[in-house]
Each structure stands twice: as structure tokens, then as C-alpha cells.
Design a protein around this ligand. Sequence first.
Ligand code: CP
Ligand code: NVA
Length: 307
Amino acid sequence: MQIRHFLQFKDFDRQEHEYLFDRTRWIKNEFKQYRRYWPLTDRTLAMIFEKHSTRTRLSFEAGMHQLGGSAIYLSTRDTQLGRGEPVEDAARVISRMVDIITIRTHEHEIITRFAENSRVPVINGLTDEYHPCQILADIYTFMEHRGSITGKTVAWIGDSNNVCNTWLQAAEVFDFNVHVSTPPGYEVEPERAGLYGTDHYEQFASPHDAVRDADLVTTDVWTSMGFEDEAVARKNDFADFRVDAEMMAGAKKEALFMHCLPAHRGEEVDAEVIDGPQSVVWDEAENRLHTQKALMEYLLLGRIGIR
Ligand code: CP
Ligand code: NVA
């Protein structure tokens, strides 16, 4: 079987994503029924982290155990990667010892070089440019609450970061619209976002215009990991881009609110919104576990079961 990686959302076509969501539904249900499902017995996942993580680390580690395999956490702080061992060499070595690898790192180019030298599937656990596993969980969560996302409108408020770029790729795969509103100077860069050039997003100067008629309003931290030097300037630049109750009221009445977490209440989102009735952030976080179990199953075993 040819090795597949999941480095960007668009690495899988729509059919593959739909298959993953079908498998997620089944795997989640088995888990909720306390039924053992161990298709990955004796398989090992290496998890390489160059940045902090709670959800990504835990969901991959717990997910691999729940599928019958084991997981090993490697921080760059205490591996040779942190002392300048070439990424290519690390990929060659690590991929001889484990069956699948997830990496959280800085520039996307690092994970690309790693994958090119890996004998086993590599999963992007977040890079400066993309966070594909997050959007797998987000779209699955949307479907659980509202059905198909095709034709719907997602409003992205704030920084055009890794999570935003991935929403834009997903819009092309699933044919929905994204209304993006960022402060001047922080607009989407289509090439960096890896878009096909199809017409699935629109930029709005005002976040209030962006949320109009939206089925989902979503945001993220103003300062992503690795950009801490810009934090003070960003607090100032993003001050008008907080998702508050008034902004939510401009979206559809049944609109959902999502945030990949961790969140800063009183900065990018008010407590009233994230802790309010439209928020599905805890389902969103939980679904990281179920969608990534389906992802690992697919990358290691290919298509199984019924569709
Ligand atoms: N949303 C997300 O990826 O969270 P962590 O940084 O905690 O992994
Ligand atoms: N955009 C954020 C997401 C964290 C899960 C970051 O990159 O820090």
C-alpha cells in the first residue's frame, strides 16, 4: 500500500473525508458503549512536539491506546532534534521504529521534509500554516449539531492563522463559504493558505458584516504559538475583533460558536459567548479524539468496514 500522509486538509478528497466521518461516527459510538475496539494492536505512534499542547497530545495518545496500540511522546527539548539533528535524519530513524508519526512544529516546510523521508504515515499536529486535525473535528462537530456543512456560511473573526487557513481549504473540499474578517495587515494570504483559487471565501473589513447570516461563528487566539513577540501589538490591533454577544446576535439565530481552544476570555471571545448556549467548544474538543482515531485507522489500515 502506498504511504499516505495528512499534512494539509486538502491532502484528502471529499470522499475520503466523508469516509473518515462515517468511521468517526462508528468509532465514537463503540467508545461510548464501552466496547473494546483494538484494530491497531502492536502499532506504535511517535508524537513529536516542538510547541505546547493539551488537546492534540492527549487525543492522539489516548486515541492510540484506545485502538490497542501505544504512543510515545517526544519533545524537541529532550531529543536530538532540539540539538540540531537534521529533520531528514530524524525522519529516517524514527520511521524505522514506529508505525505512524504525528508532529507539531513551526514552518510547514519542516513537516514536508520530514514526511518526504518517512517510511510511515505522518500527521500534521499543527504547523504555523495549518491545523488539519482541528478542522476534521470542527466539521464533524458541525455535522453532529446541524447536518451537512455544504452550502453553509462560516464566519472567521480575528487572525488569518493556521486554523483559519485550514477552514479555507476545507471550504474548497466541502463547498461551503467562509467570511473572514481580520484587522488590516492580517488578511488571508491565499498562497500561504494553500488554496486552489476557487471562490469560497470573502474578506470583510467589519466583523459585524462578516457574521451576518453565518451558520457558524469561530475565532482563535490573537497570538499563535511562535508569534509571542507580537503579542502586545496584536492586542491593540485586534481590539475590535472580540466575539461578544452583540456580534453573535448578528449571525443566524441558530448559529453555533466554535473555538479550537485554548481560549482567552475577554480577548478574542467573551465568556458570555464561549460559555453560552450557542457554544459547542467542549464537543469540538472531544471530537478531536474520535476523528483522529478514524484518521489513524485509515492511514494504517486503509478503508475498512461499511460505508
Ligand atoms: N486545539 C488544540 O490543538 O489544542 P492544543 O494546543 O491543546 O493541542
Ligand atoms: N492558532 C493557535 C492554535 C492553537 C491550537 C496556535 O497556533 O497557537
